[in-house]
Ligand binder design. Structure first.
Ligand code: ATP
Ligand code: MG
Length: 565
């Protein structure tokens, strides 16, 4: 992007400019605006999801890059569905993502008085009327894309009569749905949003902030642009489905004495495969018990991803990678998972844990001996140091690291085979013990004292495999929760498919009696940890010192694409 003619503008964003940042650059260069004010306007009717993260990163990102500010606006015009719980979670999630609205947290409901005055203004200027048609009649008379609408028989009421009617609506003299206030624009307009849209409806519902003060509530379209104007928003960024609403957004700004003139710009919403991103559908998953709450680690909510162990930085990186365009497309969830791996590979402390334990007894190791083996905490970061891992006669290894009749290219433990135990010794398997059912219960091995620390023995012998292990005597018992995709179809929610029919029955795999190395007793909530060879993990919110619970955030590699073949 060329910045030659932007000498007087605020600094341009370092992260390559998308079309929205280009518009902002132009507005600053031309002097139309001297700074940027954006907003993130969630409705507090559910928890934020990964799609919201795209909008948060865009709006707060622009504020940061241009030295402007971004408001958090709770868009609370529908009291029936909104709740303080959602307001709290939204604030927590935006902060967690790494953004700060400072003093600028607002509520659309703060503007109810002003919006009411503006409705009266439209009535007085002959641009709004009270309509007594039933909701069905209004819908029917709206027409469609090929047919013009039919004007309401109440459309020509005088301003005086409209004012009196509207005042009665406000005073609670009508039941829900009995009357509405509509803008008087054009019932034959090609854009259906301009066919006398509803501005106010009667709704006898208690609001989470204004209580019972109001029994009429403004519609989204009559609220959003005016709220932007009140807050002196310069660029009002929203998703493409509002493109058709822009003429109405502008109509209100043109016909009301608003204090500023924001500009609405639309971009493509985030869509991810193997998931659904819609608060309504996520609410259904919660209410019908398909998941264990909004913060279930399988949910694409920010609280779910956080509990799963996704770092906020990875979500921001993902949003930067996919960028901002005007074209609807679906992103591969593997891209998000890779962003997570990248951050965790850099940050996670390495530890050993066994989630499907098989006992190993070292027959030539002294019964009471314990050695403290040195293990590195992070192979790419020497400053992370080393820790001591106890080693003794009885260990646990991963059941899948042993094969009685190993296939080709299986280089781990097998009868007569020697492998390296990470940070410890080389062990050779000499005997396989089974129970009456033929299930392997124990392996008898010998160790080579000359391989301490995993180093090669003097006789030049080689091993091909290295496996992880945990001392049986010192292990901590824990529950480990492994997650898979919540849906088993890449597009679970389409015209042809109902997402509830495509829930993956194996999305949660709870393993009890897993064995952890003792250092994991100190794992802190939120701390990223790699269980060597198994993936990245974190302490779950259900964890207690007596009954630790770990979540797998993501496996080390993407095994899904291979499984699909
Ligand atoms: P949902 O469809 O999940 O209910 P919404 O658009 O109704 O989402 P809001 O709370 O109104 O949810 O959204 C707040 C802001 O987040 C809006 O500006 C909206 O455009 C944006 N947003 C919501 N979903 C996405 C998404 N998938 N991608 C990008 N931005 C989104
Ligand atoms: Mg919405």
């Amino acid at each position: 992007m060329s910045d030659d003619n932007h000498d007087n503008a605020s600094p341009s964003p370092a992260s390559g400019g998308d079309f929205i940042r280009e518009i902002i650059d132009e507005d600053l260069a031309s002097g139309k605006h001297s700074g940027t004010v954006t907003r993130f306007p969630p409705e507090p009717n559910g928890y934020l999801h990964i799609g919201h993260a795209k909008s948060i990163c865009l709006n707060f990102g622009i504020a940061g890059e241009y030295g402007g500010r971004c408001h958090l606006r709770l868009d609370d015009t529908n009291p029936a569905k909104e709740d303080q719980e959602y307001v709290d979670s939204i604030q927590e999630d935006v902060r967690w993502l790494g953004f700060d609205w400072g003093e600028h947290c607002y509520f659309s409901s703060d503007y109810f008085d002003q919006l009411h005055d503006w409705a009266v203004h439209l009535i007085n200027t002959g641009k709004a009327y009270v309509d007594d048609q039933t909701p069905e009649e209004i819908r029917k008379n709206r027409g469609n894309l090929t047919e013009p609408g039919v004007e309401s028989p109440f459309r020509e009421r005088s301003p005086e009569e409209n004012l009196a009617q509207f005042e009665k609506m406000r005073a609670g003299e009508f039941a829900d749905g009995e009357k509405v206030l509509r803008a008087k624009i054009d019932m034959a307009h090609a854009n259906l949003n301009l066919r006398d849209p509803v501005l106010y409806r009667v709704l006898h519902a208690s609001h989470h902030r204004t209580g019972d003060k109001w029994c009429i509530y403004p519609m989204y379209d009559f609220t959003h642009g005016q709220s932007d104007a009140i807050e002196h928003i310069t660029h009002s960024l929203c998703t493409l489905e509002f493109e058709n609403h822009r003429p109405l957004y502008d109509w209100f700004l043109d016909n009301l004495p608003v204090p500023s003139r924001p500009r609405q710009i639309e971009f493509a919403r985030l869509k991810l495969n193997y998931t659904v991103i819609s608060k309504r559908k996520l609410l259904t998953l919660v209410e019908e018990g398909h998941v264990n709450g909004w913060d279930d680690p399988r949910m694409p909510t920010l609280s779910g991803l956080r509990r799963r162990g996704y770092p906020a930085e990875a979500i921001r990186d993902f949003c930067a990678t996919i960028g901002i365009t005007k074209f609807n497309s679906t992103n591969d969830i593997a891209l998000l998972e890779n962003a997570v791996r990248e951050v965790l590979n850099r940050d996670a402390t390495r530890r050993m844990a066994v989630i499907d334990p098989l006992k190993v007894v070292i027959t030539n190791y002294p019964e009471d001996q314990v050695e403290e083996m040195d293990a590195v905490n992070h192979p790419g970061d020497e400053s992370a140091g080393i820790r001591k891992v106890p080693f003794c006669r009885e260990l646990y290894i991963e059941r899948e690291d042993f094969f009685e009749a190993p296939p080709k290219k299986f280089f781990r433990l097998a009868p007569g085979r020697e492998v390296r135990f990470r940070a410890a010794y080389w062990l050779k398997c000499n005997e396989v013990i089974k129970d009456d059912a033929g299930q392997i219960t124990e392996l008898r091995c010998t160790y080579d004292p000359e391989t301490r620390g995993g180093k090669n023995p003097p006789d030049g012998r080689k091993v091909k495999g290295t496996i992880h292990w945990v001392s049986a005597r010192h292990a901590i018992d824990a529950e480990v929760r492994l997650y898979d995709r919540l849906f088993d179809h890449q597009n679970p929610d389409s015209r042809k498919r109902n997402y509830l029919d495509h829930l993956n029955p194996d999305s949660l795999d709870v393993r009890q009696d897993c064995k952890l190395e003792p250092a994991l007793a100190d794992a802190a909530p939120g701390e990223p940890i790699q269980f060597e060879r198994l993936g990245y993990f974190c302490v779950d919110a259900d964890s207690t010192p007596d009954a630790p619970v770990f979540n797998r955030t993501v496996a080390l590699r993407d095994s899904w694409s291979r499984r699909q073949q």
